[in-house]
Design a protein. Structure first.
Length: 231
């Protein structure tokens, strides 16, 4: 089990305790892998602990049953503000190459795949800069670039819907959306600019996603369709 790959993310210990693995480092004396983790992801004063990878991966005997000491919780996701907390503490931000886009609009665009309206709303906001660049490029060039005709229609529809929502039912979030998803300000920098803590900003963002998710759901119901995967 010592060769088991350890990913950043949530793990549950055999006794039920939930931790978050931040990274894997090297012991300066032995060059052995060391797991860096914290039990208090959202605390203003985070405490970090280390454990040898060998110990982290070794199985234990609990109630007569042999089981992993830590089991990865793949269904759990961490918020953007928590990632920025780790970054502020000196840890590298996780990279997700599959989600990376240039901002010139030339990368391929596909309709956001989501199993819930909240997930769709989140992807719609976080992908706004690239989606807008893709739309602007196609309009400027008067042709479909890295997008199908059908997807372009959906892209245009989503952008118009989002724009209308920000003028009406989501008007109270328009300033936040402009700074975060149009200008690209991070949660940390937004918090600093407005004298807020990052937890408050993260809460505001969750409220925006929830409100947009409800608007998307009502839009689908009015049109008699469902944009979600597997529906």
């Amino acid at each position: 089990m010592a060769d088991r790959r350890i990913y950043a993310g949530y793990y549950r210990r055999y006794d039920g305790k939930l931790i978050y693995v931040v990274t894997v480092a090297k012991d300066s004396d032995t060059d052995a892998d060391v797991v860096v983790w914290t039990p208090n992801v959202y605390s203003e004063k985070r405490t970090y602990y280390t454990m040898s990878k060998q110990s982290f991966c070794e199985p234990i005997l609990a109630d007569g049953v042999r089981q992993p000491k830590f089991k990865r919780q793949t269904q759990m996701r961490i918020s953007a503000s928590a990632v920025e907390n780790f970054e502020a503490d000196g840890f590298l931000r996780p990279t997700r190459k599959t989600d990376a886009h240039t901002e010139d609009g030339y990368d391929n665009w596909h309709r956001p795949g989501a199993v819930s309206y909240h997930e769709y709303a989140k992807k719609l906001c976080e992908g706004y800069r690239f989606s807008h660049a893709k739309y602007a490029l196609c309009v400027k060039e008067k042709r479909y670039i890295g997008i199908s005709k059908e997807d372009f229609r959906e892209l245009k529809s989503d952008l118009l819907f989002l724009k209308n929502c920000l003028k009406t039912v989501l008007s109270s979030y328009s300033g936040y959306f402009e700074e975060r998803f149009v200008k690209g300000l991070s949660i940390r920098k937004y918090a600093q600019a407005h004298g807020l803590n990052r937890g408050s900003v993260d809460h505001l963002q969750r409220k925006l996603f929830a409100a947009l998710a409800q608007a998307l759901k009502e839009w689908d119901e009015a049109d008699g369709r469902n944009r979600l995967q597997g529906k």
